[in-house]
Design a protein around this ligand. Structure first.
Ligand code: BG6
Length: 508
């Protein structure tokens, strides 16, 4: 990777958690790797009245608290925080942008950062349009004298209509290629590696279709609850928080056709085509194909864990889902008839994200199995933790007869000595700095993803009879989710439930 030229990064909502926990540690790590432009400044803005010194101190603390590196270099941290500035401002007030401009001009003259600006919207979504409009009115969206890029955090809209509307309003102010809609899953190395696994290897791609694949399963399980985000989460739920963005992007990469090149649009066009091929669900089919759940109070390894409805900021009668499992199909030549399953949830037994390709079984079962396991070949792409790839296949147990045993062949990123896997935010911030939108969601992708989920959202609103199943915190969600697999003893894969089966790939 190369350094970019000169730049000021402006963060709106800089006093919030995202800045301290993710952005500043990522930028600091980039500094250590010499990935920041030499002429570079960060300007935080927010309503909170910090002095510049206070804000720098807070950012320094966040480097020590949240950096991946155990002992960040103090001198480097000192030098880095000297390039951080703060401007208290009400970003909804148009007149405040004159001050913002003044501050940016000053930074430009002291740091020679040119008029290249990245504006990071780490604010509630209701502010996106207002900030963009105020920036445009202040002449800060115009690219005559330098680039102006806008990073927008999720949620991008809360349903199809609001996403279309938000895109429409933003397009009145800035060009699509100035907008970087961040989905931090796309910044994960292992998610990008799906493309390489599929398209750099001659052995997988020929099998990657309806002729050889029985089903595809995507799981993003979290062991944490909603923590201190109850207020936000209750208006969102797992569908908006994880499915519309992170899970569907993983579906896109798993199911897409080979792109004609690695250009941003070549890749995004293929992901879009997958979204366009998702078989629309009818509202009436939602309860058979989508299971929603909510965690209830329980004990996990002896510790009492509060149920969702007793979390701070959550109404006692909330019906917001903290778990969702879904079956769907992709109507195209490659995938016609192959069921896809995705699930995500909070307060599940462990934190694990993985994509599982279940291959079809052999047409005739010649060998008896003695371990009682009836799984077929599986390719497990472990996104996190224990990042890597595991292939499960059968082999002959040494000895007389033909006893068959299921074994694992695995690759783990940790085996790559001296290679550090960069955090998602490092990769994505770097890409915005160099103007590479490949790993950011385009307007049409976001809208199409929402469109697919619209019937689910409508069914849940229009039909209060659709159950929200309770599941005790620390379990794998409502057991009824296994019914989505259509019987015949099939269930979801339960990573780490059986240590012997998962071998190295189990943290528990
Ligand atoms: C965020 C969601 O986008 O992703 C959170 O808002 C969730 O609710 C998080 O916890 C999961 O990210 P990761 O990288 O920890 O899997």
């Amino acid at each position: 990777m190369e350094q970019t030229g000169s730049l000021t990064l402006v963060i709106f909502g800089a006093s919030g958690d995202l800045t301290s926990r993710k952005l500043i540690p990522a930028l600091f790590s980039m500094k250590g790797q010499k990935l920041l432009p030499q002429k570079f400044a960060i300007l935080g803005t927010g309503r909170t009245h910090f002095t510049e010194d206070n804000f720098r101190e807070k950012m320094k603390e966040s480097i020590f608290a949240f950096s991946e590196e155990k002992n960040p270099d103090r001198r480097l941290a000192e030098g880095f925080t000297n390039s951080i500035f703060y401007l208290p401002m009400d970003s909804s007030a148009e007149e405040e942008y004159i001050r913002l401009r003044g501050k940016l001009d000053k930074l430009n003259s002291s740091f020679d950062t040119g008029e290249n600006y990245i504006f990071y919207f780490a604010t509630p979504p209701a502010m996106y349009e207002i900030i963009a409009r105020n920036l445009a009115k202040a002449g800060l969206a115009d690219q005559t004298n330098g680039f102006r890029r806008f990073i927008i955090e999720k949620p991008f809209g809360y349903d199809y209509r609001s996403a279309v509307e938000l895109n429409r309003k933003l397009h009145e102010l800035v060009e699509e290629d100035q907008i970087y809609r961040i989905d931090h899953y796309l910044g994960k190395e292992t998610v990008q590696n799906v493309l390489v696994t599929r398209f750099a290897n001659g052995i997988f791609e020929p099998l990657w279709n309806r002729n050889y694949i029985h089903r595809v399963e995507i799981t993003a399980a979290e062991s944490i609850g909603v923590e201190n985000r109850g207020g936000y989460y209750d208006s969102s739920g797992a569908l908006r928080d994880m499915v519309q963005n992170h899970l569907l992007q993983m579906v896109g990469l798993t199911a897409m056709e080979p792109p004609s090149s690695l250009s941003p649009d070549a890749i995004r066009n293929e992901i879009l085509k997958v979204f366009q091929s998702l078989q629309p669900l009818h509202e009436a089919e939602v309860s058979e194909n989508v299971i929603r759940g909510q965690y209830t109070g329980s004990k996990i390894r002896g510790d009492v864990v509060t149920g969702y409805r007793s979390e701070k900021g959550v109404p006692g009668d909330s019906r917001t889902e903290t778990y969702i499992a879904m079956r769907f199909f992709i109507n195209n030549w490659r995938w016609g008839g192959v069921p896809f399953y995705m699930r995500t949830g909070k307060r599940l037994p462990t934190r694990v994200t993985e994509i599982v390709i279940h291959f079809k079984r052999t047409p005739h079962h010649l060998f008896q199995r003695h371990d009682g396991i009836t799984t077929s070949n599986q390719l497990i792409i472990r996104i996190q933790p224990d990042e890597g790839i595991l292939l499960k296949f059968d082999m002959k147990e040494p000895g007389s007869g033909f006893n068959v045993k299921n074994v694992n062949m695995d690759f783990r990123y940790s085996q790559l000595a001296n290679i550090r896997v960069p955090s998602a935010y490092e990769r994505l911030l770097y890409d915005v700095m160099t103007g590479d939108p490949t790993l950011f969601s385009r307007d049409d992708e976001v809208e199409t993803a929402w469109k697919f989920l619209e019937p689910v959202q409508n069914a849940w609103v229009n039909n209060p009879g659709i159950k929200v199943f309770g599941y005790p915190a620390g379990t794998w969600g409502p057991e009824i989710s296994d019914n989505l697999m259509g019987g015949c003893g099939l269930t979801w894969r339960y990573p780490c439930r059986n240590l012997a089966e998962d071998g190295n790939f189990c943290e528990l």
